[in-house]
Design a binder for this molecule. Sequence first.
Ligand SMILES: O=C(O)c1ccc(O)c(O)c1
Ligand SMILES: [Mg+2]
Length: 597
Amino acid sequence: MRTSIATVSLSGPLTEKLTAAARAGFDGVEIFENDLLASPLTPEEIRARTADLGLTIDLYQPMRDIEAVPEDEFARNLRRAEHKFRLMRRLGADTVLVCSSVSPLAVDDDALAAAQLRRLAELAEEYGIRVAYEALAWGRHVNTYDHAWRIVEAADHPALGTCLDSFHILARGSDPKGIEEIPGEKIFFLQLADAPLMAMDVLQWSRHYRCFPGQGGFDVAGFLGHVVRAGYQGPLSLEVFNDVFRQADARPTAVDAQRSLIVLQEATGLVAPPDPVVPTGVAFAELVTPDAEPASALLGALGFARTARHRSKPVELWQQGDARVLLNTGPVGSRDVLSLAAIGLESPDPAAAARRAEALLAPVLPRRRAPEDAPLDAVAAPDGTQLFFCATDQPELPSWTGDFTPVEYAPAPGTGIRRIDHLALTQPWHQFDEAALFHRSVLGLQAQESVDVADPYGLLRSRAVTTPDGGVRIALGVGPAPTDEGGRAQHIAFAVDDLVTAVRRVREAGGRLLPVPVNYYDDLAARYEFAPGELETYRELGILYDRDEHGEFRHCYTETVGRVFFELVQRDGGYRGYGAQNAPVRLAAQHALRLGR
Ligand SMILES: O=C(O)c1ccc(O)c(O)c1
Ligand SMILES: [Mg+2]
């Protein structure tokens, strides 16, 4: 179906909003009155600019407080409306949205509302304009879609139809099934928005917390199914009032928006992009740094061996078990501190994974980073992390390992690290919802519940995206995560079978681990019963402990280098979490270490 976006959903002046919408592939826009009023362009110039960009103006909005008022008031409303109809002619917009009245002057009289909306429609018709009547969830007398439709039906005028807005309908908990009773051609417009489930005043919820479909808690796909079955043929239009999007750069927001509509239409069976190719594991994590020394020392203490070197670039492969870390000291652009720049994901079909990503508007990276490299499919995540689709153990496909030459190394016992358990990436503050939708839709991962964790200097929100078997786990975070240089913190967690032994070996090798306050262990003793000596060992070694209904979790952290630190984790009995219970203590300890307190 055609896609459209309300100018209120994007930041910046009108022309930037229009450009961002067009670049992201939208077919049309809803022009919000305020954007027009604030623009230096005349309506004719806006019309020309929109046309040049290949966009149509699908809706002009909103017209407020029109119906069910005393006659003298209604006469003034008609005069105001006629003014706007003339403006719409200049703009080339043929549909106007009328919100159900919130005015104290409005009376609870459906017959009067219908009669006045009919007169409005008669006037609109003279200008070749259609009126779409929308029930605001907080409308004074009309606040449900079925009530708005009854009034439209009673008014019975060809230039009057209804506008359905998923937010108003789903936020009130109305059953959207009744939409199928409305003739499709009388649904003049469809606005789509999702929202996180919150217990709050619906007007505040709507004006500040709407988000793109798939980023909140509503069943927008189920809703759209009803609208499509009703026979609606118009555009799918995003109308998202959101405090974050108002501040973020319009261009990536518009791409995020368009991606949400692709995913929504896929879920409703309206489009069929290539299927997701779910990754099966983590092939490698790539760190970039101007100075290999601190990271090498830390990896060495963690029991990693430098096993291979890139044929032509300053990149080393460090390995232990199936955990592989690339250490890149090549030109790293703006990354002047140790950072996690890329993740290799094992893929059953890397080329198909890249096709899916491209169909979902992920920026595809050049297949060869240098002429001599193996061709690798890769895309950029919203935070800039490069995601490589790898075929490490598929001899018929080119593998990144072919770019590496083994080097001599002294075999060492290591610390029992088996694999990368998870990666944790702090996102730019305005890209948290986008990141979750990206990883879910592009990579076919499942998003877990979002958790809030207290940090001494703020609140950290974290949401994991995973494969069902836990082969890939990425924890997306947002908040004031502590790093030396103030950058967004990133960490790599390695899985071990026996954390106590691992920690003793790391310490013997001179690895510096995060100290944990004694009070933490006092609390652990209150919460759980341990075998004799167990808790004392954890206290001595700085090991944190958690439990869920499936099993147990033991973990500890290294010091932070640049933006990066490492975690060692021992999962037993199918524990699913990430030790969120312990995160406030960990964050406080990291801040204390950073500040030398
Ligand atoms: O919050 C509002 O006032 C408002 C205005 C127009 C809309 O289409 C809407 O859904 C809400
Ligand atoms: Mg609306």
